[in-house]
Design a protein around this ligand. Structure first.
Ligand SMILES: [Zn+2]
Length: 697
């Protein structure tokens, strides 16, 4: 009798075959003495779409909403159906007595496998799960096969996964169809449980910046000097150094000029800073965005390649920042191995910290389905440059967590010039500890460099050598970058208030999951809700319109308030942890019915912003895109007739060509024109003094 191993994709099946040896290749599977190895190609089975239930639902009419299937049905995806039938044949073989689920060890992998098995039926075979955070090397695979877990251990993940899928289907299909029908004017308005909440964050940030009114304020600094040295102090009163009125600041300058200050107090405090924790995927995405400008998606793809192809990184889709007590041995082995390859990085490691006492690294209470990201072996020389960047971030962090604390002495000097008080702060490094590994600075690193201060004592006098009066301005919060957006997507305090909720979430919590956050950002960009400008993510008109309009209604507005949708995520997390929440989907159905009622009332139509290509050469107004031409926007009011036809002599004139024509009055030589006689020709276009577009040969 044999066991059937079901993996998530062909490359993983090959890993198993390699570890087992002596496998014969067949169409859609590999066969060994004891095992048959087959694969999915991502999802093979998916929820049916509305038109699968009723062909009339193919058109998106508002009157047909809400769409709530009595029973959810599944269908086989057409493009991968051959592989589905291959698996079906294998499951029917009488010599197969058990099934080993070897899809990715996460909720998505669980759903992929179970949907296939449910669709086919398991024919009384026993089902096991192969679950590991480790890269699938030969020894790891041999260990897994020796001791597979019962599949029931992961039922809760399957429950939560399927529940999430149905909830997202109900909200996504209904809200998207409703919004598109109502706001439409030909534009699609996608709405999603997580997607729309994240969009709301970005829209609110844009508004906050637009509405921000900068205020001027002043700072007074005094440079003191005596025989011990010099020090710069900042004027301060009641813990506040900002001075709101200019005349008040000028008065201070006059009062202290050329005076002598007296050191009132010198405070010294020794402080420690523990190393940062191991990386979860989201934390890695944040840092890679800060350091290298990588998008969240790019970082995920690079980490995935390091795990899957190069086998030098642990399973990347993790939300843990710790390892479990069971992982102590793995950690020790990896340190032994890696310090041979990277002696510099590991040379100051403190062996005593590689112990279960070190709760910042080993903490079962905070462990989720996978431990934090760690390196498994040296990165192969063949890995790409960007892959190496990600690898070294993880490697350095893995070493840093076993380094001593960073220790420093903080000094605060208070200097008084009669009644005016000045504060000077400085920092002296006592012990570098883990910071030795983090010498280079990222551009967003705002930490001040160490400042050496003279050895002053209470009662020391200092001449006021110079006074600076600085005019400053309050600044709005900056635009989101992927790093700051990921921070707000995973900020527990923002979404989860009570302690019980915090207990439920052990890893990174908030909007979306570690596996989906990157894709959500990309979706918002694809939908023209958000644009990416270098590192910044900025809400576009269409995104603002959607958020403004769904916030007009009480129930659907929930989707545009992240703290509400964050609570749904929490409900799903409860299911994933084995709690019974049978009414969850009923709540979602009620929600869907209400939002359709609400949107029925909406009459607002979205006006797509006019695409401005340049200035009219005749009257100077904007030239905008119309169905057939790029024409002057003064056509109606001023009767200006200027236009560049979108098709000239059989050739399509691109926006780019129109822009060039408007700004320089001529284009470069273009190919593909056709004369009335049917002859192809090439020519440049130019605009003459009367505003006519003509050929230049
Ligand atoms: Zn005009």
């Amino acid at each position: 009798m044999k066991s059937l191993i079901l993996t998530e994709k062909p490359s993983v099946a090959m890993d198993y075959a390699k570890a087992l040896g002596n496998c014969a290749r067949h169409d859609g599977y590999l066969e060994h003495d004891k095992y048959v190895i087959t694969w999915a190609v991502g999802h093979l089975v998916t929820l049916k779409m509305p038109e699968d239930y009723d062909p009339a639902l193919k058109t998106w009419a508002f009157e047909k909403l809400p769409i709530i299937p009595e029973m959810f049905d599944y269908k086989i995806l057409d493009k991968t159906k051959n592989q589905f039938f291959n698996i079906q044949k294998l499951l029917k073989r009488s010599d197969i007595e058990s099934i080993l689920i070897g899809t990715d060890a996460g909720r998505e992998g669980e759903v992929i496998a179970r949907l296939i098995l449910n669709q086919i039926g398991i024919m009384n075979k026993t089902v096991f799960r192969l679950w590991t955070s480790q890269a699938l090397t030969e020894p790891v695979i041999r260990d897994l096969l020796r001791d597979p877990e019962p599949a029931e251990n992961y039922d809760r993940l399957w429950d939560a996964g399927i529940c999430r899928q149905k909830a997202d289907w109900l909200v996504g299909i209904n809200a998207t169809r409703a919004a598109t029908a109502k706001f439409g004017s030909g534009e699609m308005f996608s709405i999603g449980r997580v997607q729309t909440a994240v969009l709301a964050l970005i829209v609110d940030r844009r508004r906050e910046i637009e509405n921000f009114k900068p205020e001027k304020y002043w700072i007074v600094e005094a440079l003191f000097k005596n025989e011990k040295g010099s020090w710069l102090g900042k004027w301060i009163k009641d813990n506040e150094s900002i001075i709101k009125a200019k005349d008040q600041a000028e008065a201070i300058v006059l009062r202290i000029k050329d005076k002598t200050g007296l050191v009132d107090k010198v405070e010294k405090e020794q402080k420690k800073q523990a190393p940062p924790q191991l990386y979860s995927l989201t934390e890695l995405q944040k840092d890679a965005n800060k350091l290298y400008g990588f998008t969240a998606k790019k970082t995920l793809d690079l980490a995935q390649a390091l795990y899957e192809e190069h086998k030098c990184l642990s399973y990347p889709r993790t939300d843990s920042r710790v390892m479990g007590s069971k992982n102590l041995d793995v950690a020790k082995k990896k340190i032994d191995l890696l310090q041979k390859d990277y002696p510099d990085i590991f040379k100051d490691l403190v062996p005593g910290l590689v112990s279960l006492e070190n709760k910042r690294v080993f903490d079962d209470e905070k462990l989720t389905d996978h431990h934090a990201l760690i390196p498994f072996q040296a990165v192969p020389a063949a890995a790409k440059e960007d892959e190496k960047k990600i690898y070294f971030m993880v490697l350095k962090r893995f070493a840093a967590v076993f380094h001593a604390d960073y220790e420093y002495e903080q000094t605060i000097i208070w200097t008084a010039v009669q009644d005016d008080l000045f504060k000077t702060t400085g920092k002296i490094t006592l012990k570098e500890g883990w910071k030795k590994l983090y010498q280079e600075k990222s551009e967003e690193d705002t930490e001040e460099p160490d400042e050496k201060l003279p050895a002053l004592q209470q009662g020391d006098a200092g001449q006021v050598l110079k006074v600076n009066l600085k005019e400053e301005q309050t600044k709005p919060k900056p635009d989101y970058t992927e790093a700051t957006l990921l921070t707000d997507m995973t900020n527990p305090a923002k979404y989860v208030s009570d302690a019980e909720m915090k207990r439920l979430f052990k890893g990174d919590i908030g909007l979306g999951t570690q596996a989906t956050r990157a894709a959500i950002i990309e979706t918002l960009i694809e939908r023209s809700y958000v644009e990416r400008k270098v590192k910044k993510l900025i809400a576009m008109e269409k995104g603002c319109f959607l958020i403004d309009n769904i916030r007009k209604y009480q129930t659907i507005s929930i989707l545009a308030f992240p703290e509400h949708t964050g609570k749904w995520e929490l409900e799903l997390e409860r299911i994933a942890q084995g709690e019974e929440r049978s009414d969850f989907l009923d709540d979602i159905k009620a929600f869907v019915r209400t939002i359709i009622e609400e949107l029925k009332k909406s009459t607002t139509q979205y006006q797509k912003p006019k695409n401005i290509l340049g200035k009219c050469p005749l009257c100077g107004l904007d030239v905008v895109e119309t169905p057939k031409a790029y024409g002057c926007s003064g056509y109606k009011e001023k009767g200006c007739n200027f236009k560049i036809w979108k098709t000239i002599a059989g050739k399509n004139i691109s926006e780019k060509t129109a822009e060039t024509l408007l700004s320089t009055k001529k284009s470069k030589k273009l190919k593909g024109f056709k004369s009335k006689a049917g002859k192809n020709f090439e020519a440049a276009l130019y605009i003459d003094d009367q505003g006519n577009v003509k050929f230049q040969f």
